[in-house]
Design a binder for this molecule. Structure first.
Ligand code: UDP
Length: 248
């Protein structure tokens, strides 16, 4: 064990940022934050700060990308140049192209694609500040933005990672754990349908550790799901109160 990894979990099982091994980072979710988009959401997941904006279902542009029998979902994940410590080029990197694909594929199972032929839904994700696990936080926010746009969904999609740090399986890795830990397992999940829509693994885990990581990540997803639903309800509660004031 080198000096760097020694600090990640102390003898009492407390991690570098003060959390227990099965604890999530603090979360904040808000919908309807961008009035110009059909639907939008903002997430703070630990130190990650991410905006998601959704449009559609609408006519596909360019038209040749339209599918005669289904809706097309497009996702664009982008990191702002100031979102990481070392300035990131604003041009799309290979990583961003991959994450855009992964995010799109993790959201698709929640949509009734076949009910909206020839249309498209676009979701744009802007990472304003990154601290590990941005793909997961992006999925959670993007699903919420799509729901906020009024697109019918089978369930919300919520995502969270688990991984291995200093021989322990831990929930929701932050940047230092992501970089210095030995494995990272991002999971996207539809809690109501009990269906996993994304499962990746970076690093090496024994089969038992892998199972523990997946189940820990699913438990984390269930907790985030409650916050996600609450964020959607809050928007409509605020509208209701405004309506009441108008009535009075
Ligand atoms: N990161 C960075 N510069 C980059 C890309 C990523 O500093 O150009 C950091 C960022 O904090 C990110 C973390 O590395 O959250 C882990 O990136 P990874 O590719 O594992 O995806 P993520 O965990 O964010 O889904």
């Amino acid at each position: 064990m080198n000096e760097k990894t020694e600090k990640l979990i102390d003898k009492k099982g407390i991690r570098g940022d003060g959390r227990k091994v099965d604890e999530l980072r603090p979360l904040k979710l808000q919908v309807g934050v961008l009035p110009n988009a059909d639907g939008s959401a903002y997430i703070e997941h630990g130190k990650n700060k991410i905006l998601a904006a959704a449009y559609g279902p609408r006519e596909m542009h360019p038209k040749h990308l339209a599918q005669a029998d289904r809706m097309v979902l497009r996702a664009r994940y982008h990191m702002a140049p100031f979102s990481v410590q070392e300035r990131k080029s604003p041009a799309p990197s290979r990583r961003e192209v991959e994450l855009s694909k992964v995010i799109k594929e993790s959201l698709e199972p929640a949509l009734f694609l076949e009910l909206y032929p020839r249309t498209g839904v676009d979701v744009f994700i802007e990472v304003l500040q990154a601290d590990g696990g941005t793909r997961c936080a992006s999925i959670t926010a993007a699903a919420l933005a799509i729901a906020d746009a009024g697109v019918p969904m089978r369930d919300l999609v919520v995502a969270c990672a688990a991984g291995k740090v200093e021989d322990q399986v831990v929930l929701d890795l932050y940047d230092a754990e992501d970089k210095l830990g030995s494995a990272d397992v991002p999971v996207a999940y539809m809690p109501n349908l009990n269906a996993i829509t994304l499962l990746q693994m970076d690093g090496i885990l024994a089969p038992a550790e892998f199972e523990k990581a997946v189940s820990m990540a699913m438990d984390g997803c269930k907790k985030i799901y409650e916050i996600q639903k609450e964020a959607l309800k809050t928007k409509y509660m605020v509208v209701k109160e405004t309506d009441k004031e108008i009535e009075e």
